[in-house]
Design a protein around this ligand. Structure first.
Ligand code: SAM
Length: 296
């Protein structure tokens, strides 16, 4: 290793430490020094993240574009550019982006969500309360199960409770609960095309914020859902013209009209919905809607 490479690595380490400690101005200064020595994708990426933290989206976009030029194969960086440009709406967040976001926060995910008053699991639970028997008879899949917040709620209804997620460290946390029969590391579409069994219900709380276009998942439901089976999920509710939006947070929103039209086209009936703030971010409630769909 040359001494130049060594100092680039040392600077990057210092910048990451400052960024992790929330000292974004200091981190930006160090990333810039690193970039004077050598143009690297990690330095541009870190610089972009710090600008995003400081709500400077123009500077962030410029930095992410530089990172993408150096690492054009990175789906994660492409997603950051897409979300800030707002010009192209991809179908879903790339796998490497999802793993990068969630594996980085798996250990403090639940504390973070509790602080935001996250309500996804309770919102879908409210839709089946009183209508499902707690007789442990159902085969249930928790799609994008994360750390397993749905497991304590749905275990009493389940003869089999499976979870699937892309992020290995989220799955490790889910496994610690000891409430799932099987946990699978897989992408949602890939898994649903070849599930180990058919399910009576699939739950997806706060997952369709990373899968914007839901056509595929809805349209091949005969692969994974029994007839009369249910799809229970939450969305961040869009109210604009676009059926599916990609936001600067990197998350998607869908309109109610989009969900209902898609459900109608793909053999589902919308039997119940529930509106509530999904979480409260920076003091602002995030309008959410939970759906209960039955496969006809
Ligand atoms: C915001 S978390 C929600 C976790 C859990 N459902 C809950 O309500 O607490 C979103 C989860 O979906 C997973 N995820 C996102 N996109 C996915 C995909 N295409 N396939 C599988 N898992 C995905 C992420 O890894 C993450 O664990």
């Amino acid at each position: 290793m040359t001494s130049n490479t060594q100092s680039v690595q040392d600077f990057l380490q210092l910048a990451w430490q400052a960024q992790a400690a929330g000292q974004f101005d200091q981190a930006i200064e160090i990333y810039q020094k690193t970039l004077d020595l050598q143009q690297t994708a990690p330095a541009w990426l870190g610089l972009g993240q710090c600008h995003l933290e400081r709500k400077d989206s123009q500077a962030a976009l410029a930095a992410f574009r530089q990172a993408l030029a150096l690492m054009p194969q990175s789906g994660a960086i492409r997603h950051m550019v897409d979300m800030l440009e707002g010009a192209r709406v991809p179908d879903r967040a790339p796998d490497d982006y999802v793993v990068w976001v969630f594996d980085g926060h798996a250990e403090n995910f639940e504390a973070h969500l509790a602080a935001l008053n996250y309500r996804g699991p309770q919102m879908v639970a409210g839709l089946i309360e009183g209508s499902w028997d707690r007789d442990g008879s159902r085969a249930i899949l928790d799609l994008g199960c994360g750390t397993g917040l749905n497991a304590p709620i749905f275990r009493p209804y389940a003869q089999r409770l499976d979870g699937v997620d892309l992020a290995p460290r989220m799955l490790q946390q889910a496994a610690r609960r000891g409430l799932y029969d099987h946990l699978y590391k897989a992408e949602a579409h890939t898994f649903l095309r070849r599930p180990p069994c058919r399910y009576d219900a699939v739950i997806a709380t706060d997952v369709f914020i990373y899968i914007g276009q839901l056509e595929e998942i809805f349209s091949f439901s005969d692969q994974y859902l029994n007839k009369g089976g249910e799809l229970l999920f939450t969305i961040e509710l869009a109210t604009g013209e676009q059926p599916v939006e990609l936001r600067s947070s990197g998350r998607f929103r869908q309109t109610d009209a989009y969900i209902r039209a898609l459900a109608g086209r793909t053999g589902f009936e919308v039997v119940a919905t529930h509106d509530e703030a999904l979480r409260i971010e920076n003091g602002i409630p995030e309008a959410g809607r939970a759906y209960r769909l039955v496969r006809l």
